[in-house]
Structure formats: structure tokens, C-alpha cells
Write a protein that binds this ligand. Structure first.
Ligand SMILES: *Cc1c(COP(=O)(O)O)cnc(C)c1O
Length: 367
């Protein structure tokens, strides 16, 4: 069986360095908000070309904290609206509702699965305060168009970069193109820790200071509390692991691109729709998502040919029980996407033999 993503083979490449990082943390005697987190924040801010980076407990927490900070700063208040793509992973939407803000769903562009900028303006009301855009599957959204709309209506732009570490849009790294961004280091993300982790990047000094306090009980100074904060910190041990893996991120992205280009150039089957890319740099291939009108049949076909596939995602957030209030909303493009997409194996350690076999199996498929 060719696994969808072989995490063990990814991490064992760096076994010695990861063990050294782990030893360093054990021997430091300091396990929360110490030197490793500080150094990782510096290195990741440099990588993303932003002034600030703040380690937090997860990608979801990063998004929650960005909006929570805007509320503390009176840039928004509970009941305000945030524009978000209807076909995102549910975490983007959870972060909005967690803050008492209202998610306003906008359909994606069928060609790139990202927020369709031409549909945003009709959803803007007097309560709209932000556009939360998601660089889904690893491809940057149409940031120029989004930033122009945001400027016209004085909205914040929040990037959900959980799937897109290192993607570049017109010379700019994701995480630096909006007002603030959240990254996830969940193990299977392109930059994965060996547990949970996340980070916020921004060039906004005030926002960075607010989040710095919020992630640590609302305290900017020991035992002095400015806000009713939470505990959402990146662990020293995860920061130490991430410092090792960050050094290989660009190399791993290139390896993903080799696989993606092979798929794009060699899968040639009228029953399989391949993803479309805007530019080589703008996609880091967290997922390689194909689309088909008979997904169940195709899923079984891959399974019987020894290839593991996963569906990202089978049910749109607005059809989940968690969002009963949105169940009657009509999102035909998003619903259609959720019925047709299927992700085939993608990762930096997928071998040439493996991806050539996957291409061959794809080309032999008949509906
Ligand atoms: C993974 C993911 C998140 C959440 O990240 P966690 O670290 O798991 O909390 C948020 N948004 C998107 C698009 C994701 O893929």
C-alpha cells in the first residue's frame, strides 16, 4: 500500500538532529517560553519576512488569538462579521465563532478552490470587519484583489496559512501579505512538529504585543494581567524540533513540486480533473487534490490498487451539525467541490517509483 503521507519517513530523515534538539531542551531545564521558542520565533519571522512571529499552541489558537486581539483593541466586537471561504477546513470558521463573531461564507473559485474575490463585495455589510482568507491545499489566494477590497472597506485581512508555509505570491511570502496570519505545525502540515503547535506572524507591532499577552493569561509582565487571556503557548520541545525542520522546509517544498509536476504533466485521463496552478511559486502542494464525478468508485479503485487516498473534505462546514444555523445556506459551488474532490498521495518522501505507479494507476482508470 502506498500511504497517503508517510510521516515516519519524513521525520526519521532528521532523527539525529531531532534527538540533539530534544537533548538540548531536556538539559536546559527550561520547558515553557524559553530560548527555543524565542529563537524559533526569530527564525520563522525571518523566513516569512515579517517583523513579528509568536509561537502559540495550534493553528486554530493562532486564528482565535488574532481576532481576540482585534476585539481587545476595539478593532472589532462580538456580533461583527468576518468573510471566510465556504469550502475551508472547519477550523477557520471555528476561530470566528469562538470569538462571538459571525462567519459570512463566500463561495470559492472553482478553478483554484480559494475565495472568489468577485463574490466578496456583495457580502460586505456595515458589520463586516475582516476577510479571513485560506490558502487552501497550499495555494495562495488572490491576495491583490482581496487587499484592494479590504482597503476600500477598511477591513482586516487575516491569512490562514495552515496549509501553505513557504508559498510565495508575487515575490511575497504567505504570512506577510495581509494584516496577520496563522500557521499550524500539526504533524502532517508542510512544516510539522512532533505534536501540536502554531504561530502568528504580523508586521503590526501593537497586534503582536496584544497576542503576546493573550497567549499567556493576558499577562505581558509576570503577575500583571492586562486582559482575560488564555494559555496557548508553543512548547520549547516543539520549537526545538521545528527549528530543525524549518531548515529543510524549502527543500521539502521543492520535492513536493517534483511530484506535483510529474502528476500534472503525466496524468492524462478525461475522467480526472487536475488542479490548476496560478504560478509555480504560489503553490507548495500540501495536498494534491483531483476531482471526479464518480468519487466513490474512484476511491474504491485506488484502494484496490494499493493507493491510499483521503477526501479533503467530505462535508462542507455549513452542513455540519456544529453549524445548525448555517445548514440552510445554499453554497452550490462549495457543495459540488465537497462531492468531487479526492486527494492522492503527496509528500517530500514519495519515491519516483511510487509516484510513477500512482500516475499509471490514474491513467488506467475508466469510469
Ligand atoms: C490544520 C488547519 C487548521 C488548524 O490547525 P491546528 O494546528 O490543527 O489547530 C486551520 N486551518 C486550516 C486550513 C488547516 O488546514
Amino acid at each position: 500500500m502506498i500511504p497517503f503521507l508517510d510521516l515516519k519517513s519524513i521525520n526519521t530523515q532528521y532523527r539525529e538532529e531531532l534527538i540533539a534538539a530534544c537533548t538540548r531542551v531536556i538539559d536546559s531545564g527550561w520547558y515553557i517560553l524559553g530560548n527555543e521558542v524565542k529563537e524559533f520565533e526569530k527564525e520563522f519571522a525571518e523566513y516569512c519576512e515579517t517583523k513579528y512571529c509568536l509561537g502559540v499552541a495550534s493553528g486554530l489558537d493562532g486564528l482565535i488569538l488574532i481576532m481576540r486581539a482585534y476585539i481587545e483593541q476595539s478593532d472589532m466586537k462580538p456580533g461583527d462579521e468576518v468573510i471566510v471561504p465556504a469550502n475551508t477546513y472547519i477550523a477557520s470558521i471555528l476561530a470566528i465563532s469562538e470569538n462571538g463573531l459571525i462567519p459570512v461564507l463566500v463561495e470559492p473559485d472553482i478553478n483554484n478552490y480559494n475565495l472568489d474575490p468577485s463574490l466578496i463585495e456583495q457580502k460586505i455589510t456595515r458589520k463586516t470587519k475582516a476577510i479571513l482568507t485560506v490558502h487552501l491545499y497550499g495555494q495562495v489566494s488572490c491576495m491583490d484583489e482581496i487587499n484592494i477590497i479590504a482597503k476600500k472597506y477598511s477591513l482586516k485581512v487575516i491569512e490562514d496559512c495552515a496549509q501553505a508555509h513557504g508559498a510565495i505570491y508575487k515575490g511575497k511570502k504567505v504570512g506577510s501579505i495581509g494584516d496577520a496570519a496563522s500557521f499550524s505545525f500539526y504533524p502532517c502540515k508542510n512544516l510539522g512538529a512532533l505534536g501540536d503547535g502554531g504561530a502568528v506572524t504580523t508586521n503590526d507591532r501593537q497586534l503582536a504585543a496584544t497576542i503576546l499577552a493573550l497567549r499567556n493569561y493576558g499577562s505581558h509582565k509576570k503577575y500583571i494581567n492586562l486582559y482575560k487571556g488564555i494559555n496557548s503557548r508553543l512548547d520549547e520541545i516543539q520549537a526545538a524540533f521545528l527549528r530543525v525542520k524549518l531548515r529543510y522546509l524549502d527543500k521539502e517544498i521543492e520535492l513536493r513540486r517534483v511530484v506535483a509536476m510529474a502528476y500534472l504533466n503525466s496524468i492524462n485521463n478525461p475522467d480526472i480533473q487536475l488542479p490548476k496552478i496560478e504560478s509555480y511559486d504560489a503553490h507548495v502542494w500540501h495536498l494534491f487534490v483531483i476531482s471526479t464525478s464518480r468519487r466513490e468508485q474512484m476511491s474504491k479503485y485506488f484502494d484496490s490498487n494499493g493507493i491510499e487516498t483521503i477526501i479533503h473534505y467530505p462535508i462542507p462546514p455549513h452542513k455540519q451539525l456544529a453549524y445548525k444555523e448555517l445548514n440552510s445556506v445554499n453554497m452550490p459551488i462549495s457543495e459540488d467541490i465537497h462531492q468531487k474532490v479526492i486527494s492522492i498521495p503527496m509528500g517530500p518522501t514519495l519515491s519516483e517509483t511510487e509516484y510513477k505507479r500512482i500516475i499509471n494507476v490514474c491513467n488506467r482508470y475508466r469510469q
